[in-house]
Design a protein around this ligand. Structure first.
Ligand code: ZN
Length: 432
């Protein structure tokens, strides 16, 4: 998928009213499913998941505040952000003063509508711009929220790209935000594109890639509760969010701080504008994956991070805030990370006494005339020198300052010439 195609997916998903449960999530997964076959899981309300319980399912058909002339001054049909997520049904006539405690605005951003939810306390409310609120008269207003909060299901989906080994890479994104483009839909689009690209490879991958599309917090907790035994196979993972704004890429390390994914992302981002931050138990579902009982090697990739931009959780986070170039840039960084995860390994130099004569084996000649000859030769010397069975290709890339791709190509050429032997993968066992 190109940046434009990912952006088109963001635009198509944008109008749906998603929440942590309900038909908006199902419809979102159906649309993703057109690109990528998904295993959709439905978990009944009341199911105990770790320390939590799957909540009632929420669905909404319409909601509005009508002024005395009959005009909808706040209208769910114009934007689903106008209703507080998980609002219980309401049908009442109220003055503005009575309504006011249920109205949410952003005083500092008077032209934007905030995004608010109340999942675990039964209440209701509307969100509107400060400008609209300031223009409202005393009323009375007809106030309607046509929603249901009833026993149902929590919905999440997985797509697995089977590799030659059971060692898994987990890519997770949240699917619970309504009309918010960067915080939610950009991650979904990039995850979909990455999975589709992995599927289109002619050769199977070495690692297995598990893509998880789940509502934030409760969805990740539900998945963890149902896949506890599987978490031991996870050798690397990323939560993917805010993947399409024009800001530079940001990587947040796993709780471990020195997991392989932490080193891989640092290496991949080194030649791009980027920021790397340490783990904190705040943000997306890395909070769950990195809870101490699991302590999985899962970091978080965003562009501008969680809560780090003025459009965050407002109507300003619309498809215009997300660019095809940024989506494509996030995908390319992920693809490079996949390449490192796939190709990294430990090698043994089979001719370790003195340097082997490369020219005699055609390893200099084959590179003649290439502008990157010097780098390729340097990479061969580094790989030969460091391949004692303990150091991985990523170790070599880090120590030499050479790009991983050049190091991996050198290793392939040396292996082809019989000078090098792969002795093992570098994947660390995860979990506890
Ligand atoms: Zn959010």
């Amino acid at each position: 998928m190109t940046g434009e195609e990912m952006h088109a997916l963001v635009e198509r998903l944008y109008p749906l009213c998603r929440s942590i449960t309900g038909d908006g999530v199902r419809r979102t997964l159906e649309i993703v499913g057109e690109r990528l076959p998904l295993d959709v899981h439905e978990v009944p309300t009341g199911t105990q998941v770790l320390d939590w319980t799957v909540p009632k399912e929420w669905n909404i058909r319409d909601a509005y505040v009508k002024d005395p002339s009959g005009a909808r001054v706040v209208d769910f049909r114009r934007s689903n952000l106008h209703v507080v997520g998980y609002s219980v049904p309401v049908s009442a006539t109220m003055t503005l003063d009575e309504l006011r405690p249920h109205l949410h605005t952003l005083p500092d951003q008077p032209d934007l509508v905030p995004y608010r939810t109340s999942y675990y306390a039964e209440t209701w409310g509307f969100c509107l711009s400060r400008q609209v609120l300031d223009g409202l008269g005393a009323g009375p207003y007809e106030v309607v929220i046509d929603s249901t909060l009833a026993d149902g299901h929590l919905t999440y989906a997985e797509h697995v790209v089977r590799g030659r080994t059971d060692e898994e890479v987990l890519i997770s994104c949240h699917v619970c935000h309504p009309s918010l483009a960067n915080d939610n839909l950009a991650g979904i689009a990039v995850a979909t594109a990455l999975a589709a690209r992995l599927e289109s490879r002619r050769e199977s991958t070495r690692l297995t890639y598990r893509f998880l599309f789940a509502p934030g917090t409760i969805g990740a907790i539900t998945w963890l509760a149902r896949n506890r035994e599987r978490t031991g196979r996870i050798v690397a993972g990323l939560t993917l969010a805010c993947a399409g704004d024009p800001g530079a890429l940001t990587y947040k390390r796993s709780r471990r701080g020195d997991a392989r994914i932490d080193r891989v992302m640092a290496h991949v981002l080194a030649d791009r504008p980027h920021t790397i931050v340490d783990f904190s138990p705040y943000g997306y579902d890395e909070r769950q994956f990195c809870s101490p009982g699991f302590d999985l090697p899962v970091g978080s990739l965003t562009r501008t991070p969680y809560a780090g931009y003025p459009e965050y959780h407002t109507s300003g986070d619309d498809p215009g805030f997300v660019t095809p170039q940024a989506l494509a840039g996030t995908l390319e960084a992920l693809w490079e990370a996949v390449t490192v995860l796939e190709r990294d390994g430990r090698y043994q130099n089979l001719s370790p006494y003195g340097e082997p004569q490369l020219g005699r084996r055609g390893l200099y000649g084959s590179l003649g005339g290439r502008s990157d000859t010097e780098q390729a030769q340097l990479a061969m010397l580094w790989v030969l020198n460091q391949s004692d069975g303990d150091h991985s290709l990523l170790d070599v890339a880090e120590r030499s300052g050479l790009p991983f791709g050049a190091v991996a190509e050198a290793a392939a050429a040396l292996e082809g010439a019989g000078l090098l032997k792969r002795v093992g993968s570098v994947d660390e066992p995860a979990g506890r």
